[in-house]
Design a protein around this ligand. Structure first.
Ligand code: PEP
Length: 246
């Protein structure tokens, strides 16, 4: 059995105050023993989250890392720095990084190598745009992203994939449980073909997950949790999604 993972991607949101309030709200509810939980704040709020989560089962992750060792890379953060800070997870290849920072699969694969070498567990995001889905290319796009982003990733400890259809991120549109299950099963087959331990690898769904739709998504055989954006910013909603995974 794969343990469900619920990870919150806080994107570029938060102040010291609002992050403190959110963390207090998460600490107020106990996490079911069967569920793993992570929160991924901005780089500047990582230390605050690590301190607040120190005595809880909630792990902390970053939203990205750079692929090289510490050096002359202005504005970037090395994976070893995140590990030293107390991060357990790192999100890689989120669609917002693929689109606003033109991140290609080869760069994501290099980041994955750096993350794994530093002892971080990567959450690698894949997903098609609406145009690609409507033109029947969704599976081909996701297969290509997996192949490119996971180059050299066989054996990566704790590897997690997040299927996030771009058309469902922050839009209020969610893939139906059947659509999501179909793609998750496809991803698992691709992982197997790539030589990744597909049965052990958790595949999260992401895209407008809310308390109201989490249960039916988690009930699908190949959905092993969620990567949550907007709803992760409200403790009540995120706690309800965690509870639905338990
Ligand atoms: C995300 O940013 O990874 C995400 C899934 O966002 P939202 O839940 O807001 O759609």
């Amino acid at each position: 059995m794969r343990r469900p993972l619920v990870a919150g991607n806080w994107k570029m949101h938060g102040s010291r105050d609002s992050v403190g309030t959110l963390l207090n709200g998460l600490m107020a509810q106990s996490v079911p023993e069967t569920v793993d939980v992570a929160v991924c704040p901005t780089y500047v709020h990582l230390d605050q989250a690590v301190a607040a989560c120190a005595n809880s089962v909630i792990a902390v992750g970053a939203q990205d890392c750079w692929h090289a060792e510490p050096g002359a890379y202005t504005g970037d953060v090395a994976a070893v720095m995140l590990k030293e800070l107390g991060c357990e997870w790192v999100i890689l290849g989120h669609s917002e990084r693929r689109s606003y920072h033109a991140e290609a699969d080869a760069l994501i694969a290099a980041k994955l190598q750096a993350a794994a070498a530093a002892g971080l567990k990567p959450i690698v995001c894949v997903g098609e745009t609406l145009d690609q889905r409507e033109s029947g290319e969704a599976e081909a796009v996701v297969a290509r992203q997996l192949r490119g982003s996971l180059e050299g990733a066989v054996g990566t400890a704790g590897l997690v994939i997040a299927y996030e259809p771009v058309w469902a991120i922050g839009t209020g549109l969610t893939a139906s449980p059947e659509q999501a299950q179909q793609m998750h099963a496809f991803i698992r087959k691709q992982l197997q073909d790539l030589g990744v331990d597909a049965q052990q690898t958790r595949i999260l769904y992401g895209g407008s997950v809310k308390p109201g739709n989490a249960g039916e998504l988690f009930a699908q055989d190949d959905i092993d949790g969620a990567l949550v954006g907007g709803a992760a910013l409200k403790a009540e909603d995120f706690n309800a999604i965690i509870a639905a995974a338990g």
